[in-house]
Design a protein around this ligand. Structure first.
Ligand SMILES: C[S@@+](CC[C@H](N)C(=O)[O-])C[C@H]1O[C@@H](n2cnc3c(N)ncnc32)[C@H](O)[C@@H]1O
Length: 222
């Protein structure tokens, strides 16, 4: 189903242009993936602080709270749908956050913007599980994506993934293991684990209210 373009989307995106670093929206993905417009993090954030990444940030509730909590860490949040991303940008802008910026592009084209070995941690929150077999390669934890992430992440960097979907959890675990990532945590009931620092995302809130279990994997790049 096609999403209606939000009214005044272009004007709204333009008014957040200090927070957004690309506007690709997947049109020429194959071409875009081979281009290089690498970001200069120091110029973007005005400091040399570590940089973490979230892919599929949705409306940005998670990244805005994480950025507010850790002012000495810089965050790049990636979302391929501009209709959704605009809400994240406006949230960050109204919160006055200086350490979060947004990339309006698909995960596939990240090597265009993110320098190799530059990212300290990657968050994957409630990525679409895409249960149909025909979409396996689109899952954000498919080995083809893990190879992309491995290139962007620093040695020893962590991937922190949350999902409500048991099959996607199992698929992701297998994928990390097959790509040689070290599994640090496999949690099958985040609420029961009593992690007081957990930042609840928009989807997580909805799934928790529905009584669903939240799964979390933390793994480490070699
Ligand atoms: C189910 S939503 C989860 C949103 C948010 N992380 C949360 O937990 O509330 C998944 C988001 O990932 C985005 N997404 C899916 N595939 C993507 C890709 N290849 N690159 C960037 N974003 C993607 C979707 O547009 C959607 O906004």
């Amino acid at each position: 189903m096609r999403m209606h373009r939000k009214s005044h989307l272009d004007e709204r995106l333009a008014s957040c242009s200090n927070l957004t670093m690309a506007d690709v929206e997947e049109k020429n993905m194959k071409t875009a993936a081979n281009l290089r417009d690498l970001l200069d993090f120091k110029a973007v954030f005005g400091n040399d602080n570590p940089v973490c990444l979230e892919i599929g940030c949705g409306k940005g509730g998670f990244i805005c709270r994480l950025a507010a909590k850790n002012p000495d860490i810089n965050y790049i949040a990636v979302e391929k749908i501009s209709n959704v991303l605009i809400e994240a940008c406006e949230n960050a802008q109204s919160a006055g956050l200086k350490n979060v910026h947004f990339l309006n592009c698909a995960a596939e084209v990240l090597p265009r913007y993110i320098p190799e070995n530059s990212i300290e941690a990657l968050y994957l929150n409630f990525s679409n599980p895409l249960p149909k077999l025909g979409y396996v390669k689109q899952r954000l934890t498919h080995p083809r994506f893990l190879k992309i992430y491995e290139g962007l992440l620093k040695s020893g960097a962590k991937i922190i993934q949350k999902t409500d979907d048991a099959a996607f959890y199992a698929f992701s675990l297998e994928s990390y293991e097959s790509c040689g990532f070290e599994i640090l945590e496999k949690c099958e009931d985040l609420a029961a684990s009593g992690d007081a620092d957990n930042i609840v995302t928009e989807h997580e809130k909805r799934f928790t209210e529905m009584g669903k279990n939240i799964y979390r994997i933390i793994c480490k790049v070699k």
